[in-house]
Write a protein that binds this ligand. Structure first.
Ligand code: CTP
Ligand code: MN
Ligand code: MN
Length: 504
């Protein structure tokens, strides 16, 4: 096990929900693997994979990966074994298994008497990632039977809401989250938002885990992982991939929907109706010409550039350009890079800029002249402005009502050799008055799921309505003021989560 506690009643119940077919076939097979002849790249390290708990199929898979990485593997009969790796079993159970395979009794060899390390699979997986055998930490050791090792942070207390957790950009469960997020997208493509959200929630919880999920048992500690997610996770843990996910990824519908929804101005519904009509490629869309909106036409026209990730350097360049222009119009105007880049992403699909001014109301005179000026300089390939509607119409969705401009900018690429080189880049400009700035900053930093969780937490746990405009208390019929993100977290009774930890 990878650091979770020994299974409690909750974990046991969770395990019972898991189909056990795979496990049984594994237990039935039991050939002793031939002992490796090669010495391996790491002197002093001889692995033995304990089949108990791992299963034969997964053991063979792991053995292949370990050998490919240069590890020396011996069978359980070998006295040369230094590192015995097991999963979902205690040190005692692993020793008993080894002893049975050697035809001796468990008492013959103990971890301490011989220097044999009894390790959890997490040690091997982390070592394979690192490309070398890692130093053994206490958390890597198999627990002695019946003893709960103390570990921290305890995954059993992973909080229920994404906004209560710290979710770094780089996490330990990418294989699992990518599988679940594929299913989330696929469900969204079918219009099933509830199902999509279930997959997204499970993926989000895995992103907050401080280590690789080693076994299904650890899942008991994660909030919001349902049966279907569990099945997918088991498959990925055991086989390295999920048949269901692979089938989705290969399917014509999923691939087409990915392609179409990736176009600027194309949402799920439009993409689905195009798919329904038999359209499959960008060439198909170009041939349908007149049915495309102006936005979609621009999206198609610059598709290749827009499908190329924006780098942080490019985002900074655009921010500086926009700020220089904004301050020419209004000297104290502020331009803040938000969205994924503020969360520490090195790449993004667009550049999100939040505009404001220290003096309430002055920001209203900014976007019009700014866009006109950028356009005049030939820096905008497309732009679509929307007025501020806050307080005018009841907000329909979680979408905010700030004055904004969705644009495609023409960004010069000075370092590209060709002095005239440029690329098209999606830019979102949003204007917030000072009094709403902190809320807009919080709302536009994301991730989308983090925002969704913040709003859900505010509503369910605090009876407050959070948006990018403010925090509304329906009982007192007033907005609760805040000038910083920290204050908003405080008002919600939440520990502050830094932008780089909001990658939920
Ligand atoms: N956002 C919003 N209203 C919109 C669009 C976006 O409030 N109409 C917010 C979202 O909550 C999100 C943030 O703005 O958190 C940035 O959105 P987006 O650019 O779509 O996503 P990023 O997280 O920046 O990811 P990427 O790197 O792909 O751009
Ligand atoms: Mn963005
Ligand atoms: Mn955006």
């Amino acid at each position: 096990m990878s650091g979770g506690p020994r299974p409690g009643p909750r974990a046991a119940a969770a395990m019972a929900l898991v189909p056990v077919k795979r496990r049984r076939t594994a237990a039935a097979a039991g050939p002793v693997l031939p002992e490796a002849a090669e010495p391996g790249r790491f002197p002093g390290v001889v692995l033995c994979l304990v089949e108990r708990g791992l299963g034969a199929r997964r053991r063979a898979l792991l053995a292949g990966r370990a050998r490919a990485a240069g590890f020396c593997l011996h069978g359980p009969g070998s006295a040369a074994v230094t590192h015995a790796v097991a999963e979902q079993c205690s040190a005692d159970e692993a020793l008993a298994w080894l002893a049975r395979r050697r035809g001796s009794t468990p008492g013959d060899r103990t971890e301490t008497s011989t220097g044999l390390a009894l390790l959890d699979l997490s040690w091997l997986l982390e070592s394979l990632d690192a490309g070398r055998p890692l130093d053994i930490e206490p958390r890597h050791r198999l627990p002695v039977s019946g003893v709960t090792p103390s570990k921290e942070p305890d995954p059993a207390v992973l909080p229920a809401y994404g906004c209560q957790r710290r979710t770094p950009l780089a996490h330990h469960n990418a294989m699992l989250t990518e599988a679940l997020e594929t299913l989330a997208r696929d469900a969204a493509f079918s219009g099933d938002e509830t199902r999509s959200l279930a997959f997204t929630r499970a993926a989000s919880a895995l992103k907050a885990l401080p280590r690789r999920l080693g076994s299904l048992r650890d899942l008991a500690a994660l909030p919001g992982v349902g049966k279907h997610c569990r099945r997918v996770i088991q498959e990925v843990l055991e086989d390295g991939s999920s048949a269901e996910v692979e089938a989705v990824r290969r399917s014509e519908r999923y691939r087409t929907m990915q392609l179409f929804t990736g176009i600027f101005g194309v949402g799920t519904r439009t993409a689905a109706s195009w798919y329904q009509e038999g359209l499959r490629t960008l060439a198909d869309l170009r041939a349908t010409g007149p049915r495309l909106s102006r936005q979609q036409q621009a999206g198609l026209q610059y598709w290749e550039d827009l499908a190329t990730p924006v780098t942080l350097a490019e985002a900074e360049a655009i921010r500086e350009l926009v700020q220089a222009e904004a301050q020419r119009i209004l000297p104290d105007a502020t331009v803040t890079l938000v969205g994924g880049f503020r969360r520490g992403k090195p790449m993004g699909h667009d550049v999100d800029l939040l505009l404001s001014h220290p003096e309430e109301g002055r920001e209203q005179a900014l976007l019009g002249p700014l866009v006109a000026s950028l356009e005049q300089q030939g820096l905008l390939l497309y732009q679509q402005r929307q007025p501020n509607t806050f307080g005018q119409e009841p907000s329909s969705s979680s979408m905010d009502q700030f004055e904004r401009c969705f644009a495609i900018a023409r960004l010069a690429l000075p370092g590209a050799g060709d002095p005239g080189a440029w690329r098209a880049t999606r830019v979102d400009l949003v204007v917030a008055p000072r009094s709403q700035f902190a809320f807009a900053l919080l709302g536009w930093t994301g991730s989308r799921h983090f925002e969704r969780e913040l709003r859900r937490f505010a509503g369910r746990q605090r009876g407050l309505a959070l948006s990018s405009h403010g925090l509304y208390d329906p009982q007192r019929e007033m907005f609760l003021p805040a000038t910083t993100e920290e204050e908003i977290f405080q008002l919600l009774g939440l520990d502050y989560v830094a932008p780089t930890e909001r990658n939920a």
